[in-house]
Design a protein around this ligand. Structure first.
Ligand code: G3I
Length: 317
């Protein structure tokens, strides 16, 4: 049957995967599925600050360009991830004083987003990532502590200046359903747009777990859509206690299906990106010991029930 991307394209949506540079360079099966099934890709790590500017004003685009070249070869769009985050940011940035930190942020955005400006493959950026804590307060990261809340608006303005055509996103986790954190995100996006800060898009990471229940994602997507912003599912995976079994796989498949169906139902939802695609490579077991099997292919590149669920939700079967 037709690959995921054919069904997504028929709906004017994307279906994407986060890609890691090492298997992309070294494994035929990885490369072949990444090319044939997805029409959008995100660099899992290669476009982050520690990869692109490890030392001050010393840029390295090796991994980022590898992802871009793959996408160009395979007629895929690239979502840039991520310009400003508290994690995977070198200590030289964290140790700067306020004035120099703001300048470093502007320079970083201008060089990284600027590199791909005008390239039709790079269509969007996560400008800021995970600015909230789990209670819906602004996270007291080094960005916030040194620069105050204004670092967020500044980051969006710098990104618009660097790449006027890119869709600019704010991205976070645990904001899939209507809850305190997603309401804080909603209020921030509304307030930024009222001040003409160029926020175009809200990314719902969607790192879900079958043991925690399914969020009311469609209702939440719709309220953001009603603000006039694009929404997208940027990093879905659905973890479980390992080992897998048929019952857990079936539950996981309903989570994937319901997320994709929500995006299909909300016209301002542009698409869904899976955070990886094979259980062979996933951040989950490293971060949550005893959990995993979160993706739509198993570790031998076999399709799981979750794959069929995504396929059928996109196909409308
Ligand atoms: O590249 C080094 C390698 O040289 C070293 O030997 C090895 C030893 O630990 O580490 C390697 O770096 C790892 C890197 O992934 C590349 O594999 C880091 O330790 C590891 O921490 C890093 O994890 C990434 C994580 O972000 C970091 O916060 C995951 O791959 C990546 O999937 C994850 O992605 C995040 C999104 O960016 C934002 N949303 C949440 C999501 C999941 O945490």
């Amino acid at each position: 049957s037709a690959p995921l991307r054919a069904h997504a394209e028929a709906r004017g949506k994307f279906v994407g995967a986060a890609l890691a540079t090492s298997p992309l360079a070294n494994e035929t099966a990885y490369r072949s599925i990444a090319a044939s099934e997805f029409n959008q890709v995100t660099a899992e790590n290669a476009m982050k600050w520690d990869a692109t500017e490890p030392s001050r004003n010393q840029f390295n685009f090796t991994g980022a360009d590898q992802i871009m070249a793959f996408a160009e070869q395979n007629d895929q769009q690239v979502h840039g991830h991520t310009l400003v985050w508290h994690s995977q940011t070198p200590s030289w940035v964290q140790n700067l004083g306020a004035t120099e930190m703001r300048e470093a942020m502007q320079n970083h955005i201008s060089r990284v987003a600027g590199r791909y400006a005008g390239n039709p493959v790079l269509t969007s950026w996560d400008v800021v990532n995970e600015v909230f804590d789990d209670n819906g307060n602004l996270r007291t990261s080094f960005w916030y502590q040194k620069l105050g809340e204004s670092y967020i608006a500044d980051a969006f303005r710098y990104a618009r200046a660097a790449d006027p055509d890119a869709t600019l996103c704010i991205n976070d986790y645990n904001v899939e359903g209507v809850n305190a954190k997603s309401t804080a995100m909603y209020n921030l996006v509304k307030s930024l747009r009222a001040q003409n800060v160029p926020v175009d898009c809200v990314g719902l990471q969607s790192h879900l777990a079958i043991q925690y229940g399914f969020p009311n994602i469609r209702e939440n997507m719709q309220r953001f859509a009603d603000l006039g912003v694009e929404v997208r599912v940027t990093e879905i995976d659905v973890r479980m206690q390992t080992p897998r079994d048929a019952a857990k796989d079936a539950t996981q498949a309903t989570y994937y299906s319901d997320v994709v169906k929500a995006c299909v139902a909300v016209s301002r939802c542009s698409g869904v990106t899976v955070w990886g695609f094979t259980d062979k490579y996933s951040w989950v077991p490293d971060t949550f010991p005893g959990q995993g099997a979160a993706l739509i292919y198993d570790e031998n590149y076999g399709k799981k029930p979750a794959y069929t669920a995504v396929h059928d939700a996109l196909a409308g079967d």
